[in-house]
Design a protein around this ligand. Structure first.
Ligand code: FAD
Length: 487
C-alpha cells in the first residue's frame, strides 16, 4: 500500500481522498480547520444555522456526469435530498415583484419590448442545456468502472462549445444591457456577479432551466460531513486542526509533509488548499516553476463579504431569494451596492428557532485591501459592526417586518476566509472576468506531487472542485500503477 497525504479537507481534497483510498492508497487528509468542507461550509450561531457555501449545486440532477461524483462520494444521500427552488430569484423594486422562474419563457410577460433579446437569450441558454461538465477517464489508466464516452452527447455539446469563446469575451453586464426593461435587467443581475463573463450567466441560467442546480437540504456542512464519513468508513484518516507546514522533498522525491508535531512520511502528496497560497507557503524555497511565477504575476481573485442575520420574525411570506433594489446605495468594505441579493431560509425549519428566520447576503467585490488596512489601523471590528448596522438598516427599509427584530448577526470578510482556509487574498472562488485566462496550477508537478481544487481548472466553484479531485486521484493512480476504483 502506498501512502498518500492530502493537504486540505475541502470538497476537492475529500473527493480525491475518497477515490484514492478506494483505489488502494493509505490516505491521510490534513486539515487546518476543525470541520470538513473548506469554504463550502455552514455554521451555527445561537440557534440559527447560516449557510455560507452552497447556493446552487450543479450536478444535482440524476443522470448528468457530475451527479455520479456526488453519488459515488456519498455527498448526496437520503439525509440531504436536493431541493429545486422555483422561482430561483425574485426582484423587489419599489413595490414591484418579478420572478425569475426556471421556465425562462415566463419573462416575456414583464418585458414585451424585449421579446427579441429574450428569445435570443433563451436560444443561448438552450444551447447550453446539453452541456455538462465533462467527467472523463484519463488515458493510460486501468479503470475498474470505465466511463462510457457517448459520441451523441459530445455532438450535442457542439453549439455550447461554439458559443463559448464569444460569451467569454464580454461581461454579463454587457449581455444584460441589451434588454431595455430596467426591472428585467436588475432581475438578471442577481444571477451572477455582473462583472464576470457572460458565459457564467448563460451557463447558470441553463443549469436552472434544465433542472440541474438545486440545494441539498442540511446545506454545505451536511454534504461535506457525508463525504468525510464516506472517506473515514473506507479507512481514510482526517487530522483536523493540523495544518501542513511544509512539503518535504529531496530533489524531486517526495519525503512527506511537516506538521507542527512531526513529519508525516508519504509516497505522494496532493495539495488541495489554495495553490496560490501553497506555492509560497509550503515549499522551501518557494516553488519557482514557470507556471508558479505566472500565477504570482497574473492571478486575480474573487472576493466577497458575507452577512448573516438571525431575525425574530417569520419571513415565509417573502420569496426565498430576493434581489432587493435599494433607494440609497449601501457602502461596505470600501464598495457600494445598489442592490442586495438576500437568501431567506424561513422555509427550512432546521435553520432557525420556530417563528424566526436565518437571512444571508453575499456582497461580492474586491474588499480585501480595505479590510486589511482596517485591521492594521485597529478599526476592523468597528468597521464590521458599522457595515452590519448599515446592512440591517437598508434591509429593514425593504422588509419592514425585520425592523428591531434582528437578534444575531455575523459577518465574514476576505480576512475571515484567509484566516480559516488560507485562501489567497481571502478569495472565495476563482475569478473569471471577460477575456481573462485562469492562471492555474498543473494537476501533476512531478511524480508524487500534485495539485487539485479551485485553482487547477476553469472556471471555479464546486464543479471544478469535484472534477479536479477525481481527475487528480486518477493521475496519482496512473503514476503508481494502481487501478482506479470509483465505487
Ligand atoms: C459564500 C460562498 C458561496 C458559494 N456558493 C457556491 C455555489 O453556490 N455553488 C458553487 O458551485 N460554489 C460556490 N462557492 C464556491 C465553492 O464553495 C468553492 O469553489 C469550493 O468549495 C472550493 O473547494 P476546494 O476544495 O477547491 O477549496 P477549499 O474549500 O479552499 O479547500 C481547501 C481546504 O484546505 C484547507 N487548508 C488550507 N491551508 C491548509 C494547510 N496549510 N494545511 C491543511 N489544510 C489547509 C482549508 O482549511 C480548506 O478546508 C461558494 C463559496 C462561498 C464562500
Amino acid at each position: 500500500m502506498k501512502t498518500l497525504t492530502i493537504i486540505g479537507a475541502g470538497i476537492s481534497g475529500l473527493i480525491c481522498g475518497i477515490y484514492a483510498q478506494r483505489s488502494g492508497f493509505r490516505t491521510t487528509i490534513l486539515e487546518k480547520a476543525g470541520n470538513p468542507g473548506g469554504v463550502s461550509t455552514s455554521w451555527k450561531r445561537k440557534g440559527y444555522t447560516f449557510e455560507g457555501g452552497i447556493h446552487w449545486l450543479i450536478g444535482a440532477k440524476t443522470g448528468v456526469p457530475l451527479n455520479d461524483i456526488w453519488t459515488e462520494t456519498g455527498a448526496l444521500q437520503a439525509n440531504n435530498p436536493v431541493f429545486f427552488k422555483d422561482p430561483v430569484y425574485t426582484l423587489l423594486d419599489s413595490g414591484l415583484q418579478l420572478d425569475l422562474r426556471r421556465d425562462l419563457s415566463t419573462l416575456k410577460q414583464y418585458a414585451p419590448e424585449d421579446r427579441i433579446p429574450l428569445a435570443l437569450m433563451r436560444f443561448h441558454v438552450w444551447c447550453f442545456s446539453f452541456f455538462h461538465s465533462p467527467v472523463q477517464d484519463i488515458s493510460d489508466l486501468k479503470v475498474r468502472h470505465p466511463r462510457k464516452f457517448s459520441l451523441t452527447e459530445f455532438i450535442k455539446m457542439g453549439p455550447a462549445v461554439l458559443l463559448t469563446p464569444w460569451l467569454m469575451s464580454f461581461s454579463a453586464r454587457t449581455y444584460i444591457r441589451r434588454f431595455r426593461n430596467p426591472h428585467l435587467r436588475h432581475l438578471l443581475e442577481s444571477v451572477v456577479d455582473p462583472d464576470i463573463n457572460a458565459l457564467s450567466l448563460i451557463y447558470t441560467l441553463s443549469s436552472f432551466s434544465s433542472g440541474d442546480s438545486g440545494y441539498p437540504e442540511g446545506g454545505s456542512l451536511r454534504m461535506a460531513q457525508n463525504m468525510a464519513d464516506t472517506f473515514t468508513k473506507l479507512g481514510g484518516q482526517i487530522l483536523y486542526r493540523t495544518p501542513a507546514l511544509e512539503v518535504v522533498r529531496e530533489g524531486d522525491t517526495i519525503k512527506g509533509v511537516h506538521t507542527a508535531q512531526d513529519l508525516l512520511e508519504s509516497d505522494a502528496v496532493v495539495i488541495s488548499m489554495d495553490a496560490r497560497t501553497a506555492i509560497d507557503k509550503l515549499f522551501t524555497p518557494a516553488l519557482q516553476a514557470p507556471w508558479a511565477s505566472r500565477m504570482r504575476r497574473k492571478l486575480r481573485t474573487a472576493q466577497c463579504m458575507f452577512i448573516a442575520l438571525g431575525v425574530h420574525a417569520d419571513l415565509s411570506a417573502r420569496p426565498r431569494c430576493m434581489q432587493i433594489m435599494l433607494n440609497e446605495p449601501l457602502h461596505a468594505g470600501g464598495l457600494s451596492f445598489n442592490a442586495l441579493t438576500v437568501n431567506n431560509y424561513s422555509r427550512d425549519p432546521e435553520y432557525a428557532p420556530e417563528g424566526c428566520t436565518a437571512v444571508t447576503c453575499i456582497l461580492s467585490g474586491p474588499s480585501y485591501k480595505y479590510w486589511k488596512q482596517a485591521r492594521e489601523d485597529g478599526k476592523y471590528a468597528a468597521l464590521k459592526q458599522e457595515a452590519i448596522a448599515d446592512f440591517i438598516s437598508a434591509l429593514s427599509t425593504a422588509l419592514p417586518e425585520i425592523k428591531d427584530k434582528v437578534e444575531v448577526t455575523d459577518m465574514a470578510t476576505p480576512l475571515t476566509y484567509e484566516r480559516y482556509c488560507d485562501t489567497f487574498e481571502g478569495s472565495y472562488m476563482s475569478e473569471w472576468k471577460p477575456c481573462h485566462f485562469c492562471y492555474n496550477a498543473p494537476l501533476r508537478v512531478s511524480h508524487g506531487l500534485y495539485f487539485t481544487g479551485q485553482r487547477t481548472a476553469f472556471s471555479g466553484g464546486l464543479p471544478v472542485a469535484a472534477e479536479t479531485g477525481r481527475r487528480c486521484a486518477q493521475v496519482v493512480c496512473r503514476d503508481f500503477g494502481a487501478e482506479f476504483v470509483s465505487r
